[in-house]
Design a protein around this ligand. Structure first.
Ligand SMILES: Cc1cc2nc3c(=O)[nH]c(=O)nc-3n(C[C@H](O)[C@H](O)[C@H](O)COP(=O)(O)OP(=O)(O)OC[C@H]3O[C@@H](n4cnc5c(N)ncnc54)[C@H](O)[C@@H]3O)c2cc1C
Length: 448
């Protein structure tokens, strides 16, 4: 058992009173607990305890692979298994996860609860699309198996349900065969956001993995410029004979002063990045470099100093067109706002069956902002725009969205709430995020 006085997510804001109970016996430590968390890589308050309910379960010691069938690729694992273990063990043997986020330091339970997406969303959907079964401890203490055929509603509400329908104990999903453990990819400089939409759309047909870095500081003629990256698994002679060896990273040893990130430093960084990333023809790429560039710096979140940061990730439907995307970029680059150089643009495909799952067909922006007095106001105005365009935000990144904004973005919320209330009529499962965004109190008059 590990105890700490306070808990925080990856953005290190908010910091709340709380502690984790850790054990290899995840079924035991989830009894009566309000929430389970994984490696705490969600940015905001989704993995944090609600006020007055400070002890949460941690899945990280329940990390065993329970079964693997090499004919079908079906793998069953305890919820605390880190993606980094799967990557290290399976890629040299010709297997990879069907969907990966931008860090390998997440658990499979966290990947289900956030229904994570990657650069292949336009082709393969979210991680949940490849999950076949979940074993859960639900609020009344029972252990329940659910899938698309058994307790289907519980399954749909849990995929992307941020841990609020029950504790995920085991996950069964399909790994995919890859042609080699190396990637083959190219990059292209892009002049503005309209061009980004075009190149993302064109690349979707031929490339399983697409994403772009977008300059969220420059304005005027440089508004929305960036670099587009596309890749697929290398084939035959394209791949070096030896499997890739893990890249050595370094650790940021301490918090940097909060002023390190300002408009000037961000503008200088972005200018240099753009100039040093010209259009490049296809070549072999190390998967660490393509999938997990930020993992090379351990504790990179210390760059933002003690006050922490938030990541705002939204999706704006394709039907809104470049006009809405330009308006969005004008808001994040306006004087007084400091966007960090870590800004990603992605193309999302159609939404999946997870009822609170984030992606829907459209263009997604993910942008880091330091926590400052202006952050709440900025996110309120970005959310006004996103609501107006029929888009939505990603709960795994969120800290600042207001309840009324979220309700307007989520036409699926009522159905999710109704399923959740059937499984947890007393509102036992809670998080700091659910207290802020959702009404999860006890059902009046018992079960609905
Ligand atoms: C550098 C970086 C890059 C990222 N890139 C992407 C990306 O490309 N795409 C993407 O989709 N996400 C991305 N993320 C977000 C990350 O993938 C998700 O936040 C993921 O859920 C974190 O997993 P975790 O194990 O750390 O979960 P935590 O952060 O600990 O928890 C996240 C949520 O899952 C719930 N949860 C965790 N384990 C369980 C369990 N066993 N049972 C029930 N509920 C549980 C928690 O209660 C919480 O609501 C990124 C994060 C970082 C730091």
């Amino acid at each position: 058992m590990k105890r700490a006085e306070t808990l925080a997510g990856w953005g290190r804001s908010p910091v709340v009173p709380g502690c984790e109970v850790r054990s290899e016996d995840l079924p035991r430590i989830t009894v009566g607990r309000p929430l389970t968390r994984g490696l705490g890589r969600s940015y905001g308050d989704s993995s944090l305890p609600a006020a007055g309910d400070p002890v949460v379960a941690s899945a990280v010691l329940a990390d065993r692979i329970l079964a693997f069938d090499p004919d079908s690729g079906t793998l069953r694992a305890e919820a605390g298994l880190p993606l980094s273990d799967l990557y290290r063990l399976f890629l040299p043997r010709g297997w990879f996860v069907p969907v990966t986020p931008g860090t390998q330091f997440v658990t499979v339970g966290g990947m289900v609860a956030s229904d994570i997406h990657g650069g292949n969303h336009h082709r393969d959907g979210c991680f949940g699309a490849h999950v076949t079964e979940l074993r859960m401890r639900v609020a009344d203490g029972r252990i329940v198996d659910c899938s698309r055929t058994e307790e289907r509603d519980l399954f749909r509400a849990t995929v992307g349900g941020m841990g609020l329908t029950g504790h995920i104990l085991e996950v069964t999903f399909r790994m995919v065969r890859v042609s080699s453990p190396w990637l083959w990819g190219e990059s292209e400089r892009v002049r503005n956001v309209g061009e980004f939409v075009e190149v993302l759309g064109r690349a979707a047909a031929d490339w399983p993995f697409t994403k772009g870095w977008i300059d969220c500081v420059s304005r005027g003629k440089n508004l929305g410029r960036g670099v587009m990256f596309r890749a697929r698994w290398a084939q035959g002679a394209e791949a070096p004979a030896k499997p890739p060896t893990p890249k050595k990273g370094f650790t940021l040893p301490m918090n940097l002063p909060s002023w390190t990130l300002n408009r000037l430093t961000a503008r200088v960084f972005n200018g240099l990045y753009y100039q040093t990333h010209p259009t490049r023809p296809a070549s072999v790429i190390h998967p660490d470099v393509f999938f997990y560039p930020l993992d090379a710096i351990r504790h990179w979140n210390r760059v933002y100093g003690k006050k922490g940061f938030t990541q705002y990730q939204c999706v704006i439907p394709h039907s809104s067109g470049p006009r809405a995307l330009t308006r969005f970029l004008e808001m994040v680059t306006r004087p007084g706002v400091v966007a960090s150089p870590v800004c990603v643009i992605k193309d999302c495909g159609p939404e999946g069956d997870g009822l609170l799952s984030f992606p829907k067909s459209g263009i997604s922006f993910a942008i880091d902002f330091p926590v400052r007095p202006w952050t709440q106001g900025l996110i309120d105005s970005l959310n006004d725009l996103v609501v107006g365009e029929g888009g939505r935000i990603y709960l795994a990144k969120d800290t600042f969205t207001r309840r009324d904004h979220f309700a307007k973005m989520e036409p699926r919320l009522a159905e999710w709430q109704s399923i959740r209330r059937q499984w947890d009529p007393e509102g036992r499962l809670r998080s700091a995020q659910s207290e802020r965004l959702l009404d999860l109190g006890p059902t009046k008059g018992g079960s609905p």
